[in-house]
Design a protein around this ligand. Structure first.
Ligand code: SF4
Length: 731
């Protein structure tokens, strides 16, 4: 038995794992005691990883050979890799010849490795010339990205997990850390046990398990976060709790913000948010770190989808960062804004520029200098000049007939995107849909013309970046499973995501760049990594010193430039920000209510979120009975008063309807919610929930996201999963 050092493939905590195997099969997994993200701990999901790859489960769930559908809704027939990729090449080439590069789109995943992401980005923007490449990271972190860039100048969480040991106040906003980032929550519990004086504020409309640890739970009305944060700043300014010296030395734009928050007096804020003025005042004082007779104490903010998944997500992020800048709570141990990454490698995807507006090394597609730098690195004459369509926009464009060919890798949009009626219309209308996927059970597989089997955790090599900018190696412990159906053992079985993209790119190069040397000369993930490192030279995330050999020693936090021997735990300690003049900028944006307020027809506010023991669309976690022990079946949670008002008993079935679709689910009482609110976990897909879309093209049974709203934040283009107006009727 051998142990292979790798990383958990689930959440952005980025825990290290040791995979036990006999060389052919994975036989166990344990936490890596030397990994600085988890020091040997694993949550329920991580601890059961080995069970999800057991051969009996893999035989039922894995996609094991390329499959082609010659007719939609028809049976999928196996074919060899060569035929599959040549067919994909021919179909893409036809679309490019007929409709141009903007008729194709790529939709990727925060669960791809950095090297996979890099190749796809180069394929789309460098070879094909389409800007339409986006990722499901758009659904979880794009408001955090836009918030950091608007205020601090770069997409860089300035803090680290060790800050939990130094903070005197934790401000946890819109994050059920106990479920979404369980091992980080263990560290929060440790910190509270070690220092009971640590003050924990939790901002959440629900009384989650995270809220149970709070000294102060601000149970705000859904969507009123920016109102709360502006109200806190109003109080800080009135009481003299701001840090005038920091503001004067390190920031711009404070006057505009001061004028804005003047209109957020405590009584108004308390009324809109549904909290007391006393609690608002206490939160402002604790956040500012004001203790009689002591210097200012450090405050660390931890935040996640409650701020990000909003039609004003960027404004919520910047309102929180404004507080840190106004109180000088940044750049020192225990202080700063800390966005918690949802997925294991949403950060790595941003680093290589795999979003519709980005290029490698945190560059912008709209910036001519950035385009020239990357065109020179890639050896291509030019790059698309403007940002492409983001996740929701890309599927809307496919539904409208503008995007004709879609390549979807390692993500499940037929379950996870909001407004499934539109998504399914897009998948049906697109002329050619490629789904590159490890699991045959993903809902999107049903819409594919071509299915390409990919390797997954335990089988592939590369890197990921976690929430604290720490890059870890992902390593293969065993070879991928093979299909027993194929007659050709050399042309069979799942392939690595980067290798599939490279093979396809070589074929397309023969059409688009005949006779020229390939720009995809990669034979191993390390060669891709080295090109990515070169792209970061001189940038805020410079990792030119972080070779695979250096990563053999230990995971490391960027920046890690050439010559460095250690990564960078904390950013902006010198008070200099990555902006033109080194100063951070306040971002004065007024509070915006939710896009779809409750009304007489749709009187309930539905929010979605994670369960403790499930992951995304449950393709992996849904294979284990023990992971259903915590929550065994889908339910719409409602306050007991709302059950009584509708004459419902626990377990009764209801039709839940929004303006976009409906489903049938049992109800459960929950006093974690306020009256008028409803909650359903994001994981439940069509196989668990009956329902329908609202339009003539709708497909029956599209899960909870048949209900959710695709209203977007205008700056980040992140959809508002956290609030949709719904109604219920007894089924
Ligand atoms: Fe995996 Fe996240 Fe659990 Fe760590 S906390 S074991 S990364 S799911």
């Amino acid at each position: 038995m051998t142990e292979t050092r790798s990383t958990c493939p689930y959440c952005g905590v980025g825990c290290g794992v040791l995979i036990a195997s006999d060389g052919a099969q994975i036989t166990g997994v344990r936490g890596d005691p030397e990994h600085p993200a988890n020091f040997g701990r694993l949550c329920t999901k991580g601890a059961t990883l080995a069970l999800t790859v057991a051969p009996p489960i893999a035989r039922q769930t894995r996609l094991l050979q390329p499959l082609r559908r010659l007719q939609r809704q028809g049976p999928a027939q196996p074919l060899g890799w060569d035929a599959a990729l040549q067919w994909a090449c021919d179909r893409f080439a036809h679309t490019l010849r007929t409709h141009g590069p903007e008729a194709v789109g790529f939709y990727l995943s925060g669960q791809l490795l950095t090297e996979d992401y890099y190749v796809f980005n180069k394929l789309a923007k460098g070879l094909i010339g389409t800007p339409h490449l986006d990722s499901n990271s758009r659904l979880c972190m794009s408001s955090a990205v836009a918030g950091y860039k608007a205020t601090l100048g770069a997409d860089a969480p300035p803090t680290c997990y060790d800050d939990l040991q130094h903070a005197h106040c934790l401000f946890i906003a819109g994050s059920n850390t106990a479920y979404a980032h369980p091992i980080l929550f263990r560290r929060i519990e440790d910190a509270k046990r070690a220092r009971p004086a640590l003050k924990i504020i939790v901002v959440d409309p629900r009384r989650t398990d995270t809220a149970e640890i709070a000294d102060l739970h601000l149970r705000i009305e859904p969507g009123t976060d920016a109102m709360l944060l502006h109200g806190m700043l109003h109080l800080m300014l009135r009481e003299g709790w701001a840090d005038a010296a920091f503001i004067a030395a390190h920031t711009h734009g404070f006057e505009d913000l001061q004028t804005l928050v003047h209109d957020y007096p405590p009584q108004l804020v308390a009324q809109v948010c549904g909290i007391s003025v006393d609690d608002l005042t206490l939160a402002a004082r604790w956040f500012a770190g004001i203790e009689p007779g002591t210097p200012r104490q450090p405050t660390l903010s931890l935040y996640c989808q409650g701020l990000n998944q909003s039609s004003s997500g960027t404004a919520k992020n910047t309102a929180l960062i404004n507080l840190h800048l106004a109180t000088g709570q940044i750049g020192r141990p225990g202080a700063g804004p800390f966005s918690l990454t949802g997925q294991p490698n949403a950060m790595g995807g941003r680093e290589v520029g795999a979003l519709a507006h980005l290029l490698p090394g945190h560059r912008e597609l709209a910036n001519p200098t950035h385009r020239a730098e990357i065109a020179a690195l890639w050896g291509v004459p030019d790059l698309p000049q403007r940002p492409g369509k983001t996740a929701v926009e890309m599927f809307q464009a496919a539904a409208d007939g503008e995007i004709k060919a879609l390549w979807i890798a390692c993500t499940n949009p037929a379950q996870s995107l909001p407004d499934q009626t539109t998504v399914r219309r897009a998948l049906q209308r697109a002329e050619f849909v490629v789904v590159q996927e490890a699991f045959a059970t993903a809902a999107t597989c049903d819409f594919a013309d071509l299915l390409l089997p990919a390797t997954t955790w335990g089988e592939k090599e590369g890197t990921v970046t976690n929430s604290e900018r720490r890059i870890s190696r992902v390593r293969a412990a065993v070879p991928p499973p093979r299909s027993t159906d194929s007659t050709d053992p050399t042309d069979n079985g799942p392939r690595h995501d980067w290798a599939i993209a490279v093979d396809f790119a070589h074929r397309l190069e023969a059409v688009l760049r005949p006779g020229q040397a390939t720009i995809f000369p990669y034979t191993h993930p390390e060669s891709i990594w080295n090109e990515h490192r070169a792209a970061t030279r001189g940038r805020d995330l410079d990792i030119t010193g972080l070779s695979y050999a250096a990563l053999e020693l230990a995971p490391a936090q960027w920046p890690f430039p050439a010559g460095a021997t250690l990564g960078t735990a904390r950013l902006y300690a010198d008070g200099i920000f990555p902006t033109a003049d080194g100063r951070a900028r306040f971002d004065a944006q007024p509070y915006q209510p939710v896009a779809e307020p409750r009304d007489a027809r749709y009187p309930l506010a539905l929010t979605t979120g994670r369960l403790r023991d499930q992951w995304h669309g449950m393709t992996r976690t849904g294979t284990l009975g023990r992971l259903f022990g915590h929550v065994p079946e889908p339910a719409l949670e409602l306050h007991p008063q709302d059950l009584a008002r509708h004459g419902l008993q626990p377990g009764d079935l209801v039709h839940v309807a929004s303006r976009r679709g409906s489903l049938i689910a049992p109800v459960q009482p929950s006093d974690a919610l306020a009256p008028g609110q409803a909650f359903m976990a994001m994981h439940w897909g069509a196989e668990f929930l009956g329902g329908s879309g609202s339009g003539s093209n709708a497909s029956p049974g599209s899960g909870v996201n048949g209900l959710t709203s695709a209203a977007l934040c205008p700056r980040s283009k992140q959809p508002e999963f956290k609030h949709s107006a719904v109604r219920i009727t007894k089924a």
